[in-house]
Design a protein around this ligand. Structure first.
Ligand code: ZN
Length: 146
C-alpha cells in the first residue's frame, strides 16, 4: 500500500512537469473545460481514428490538482479505444467523487484517490476528464465541472 506522501509526490511531479501539454498536433476532437470554483481552465485535444485515441494533448492553466489530473489522463488514455477511454473516465470520476471505494485496476491514477477527501478539489481533478468526455462526445461547447 502506497502512502499519501507518495501520492502527493506524483501529483506534484505531474503539476510541475505536465506531460503532453500544449495542443500542437492534428486533432479531430477538442473540448474546453472551466472550473469556476477554482478558476481552472483546460482544453483537451485528441486525434480519433478507427475508434482509437492518439496524440492526446491538453493545454490551459489551473491549480496543481487540475494540471496533474490532466497530465495523468493524457498518459492513461493514449492508445485506448473511445469506449475504453470513456469507461476509464467514468471510473476515475467515481473515484474522485468518492462513489468508488478503491482504485483497483486504475494503475497510476490511484494517486487521485485522495482527492475524494477534499470536496473543494474534486472539481479540479474531474475537469480534464469531463473535457475528455465532451471531446469524445463531439461537444465543442465549454463544459463546466459542475
Ligand atoms: Zn483547481
Amino acid at each position: 500500500m502506497m502512502g499519501d506522501d507518495l501520492y502527493q509526490e506524483v501529483i506534484l511531479d505531474h503539476a510541475r512537469r505536465p506531460r503532453n501539454k500544449g495542443c500542437m498536433c492534428d486533432s479531430t476532437h477538442c473540448a474546453q473545460g472551466y472550473n469556476p470554483l477554482c478558476g481552472d481552465e483546460v482544453k483537451v485535444c485528441v486525434n480519433v481514428s478507427d475508434g482509437m485515441l492518439s496524440c492526446i494533448r491538453f493545454d490551459g492553466h489551473g491549480c496543481a490538482i487540475s494540471t496533474a489530473s490532466a497530465s495523468l489522463m493524457t498518459e492513461a488514455v493514449d492508445g485506448k479505444s473511445v469506449d475504453e477511454a470513456l469507461a476509464l473516465s467514468r471510473e476515475v470520476l467515481d473515484l474522485v467523487t468518492g462513489k468508488r471505494a478503491n482504485a483497483e485496476g486504475l494503475g497510476k491514477l490511484v494517486v487521485l484517490e485522495g482527492v475524494a477527501r477534499f470536496p473543494s478539489r474534486v472539481k479540479c481533478a474531474a475537469l480534464a476528464w469531463h473535457a475528455l468526455e465532451a471531446a469524445l462526445h463531439g461537444e465543442s461547447d465549454l463544459v463546466t465541472s459542475e
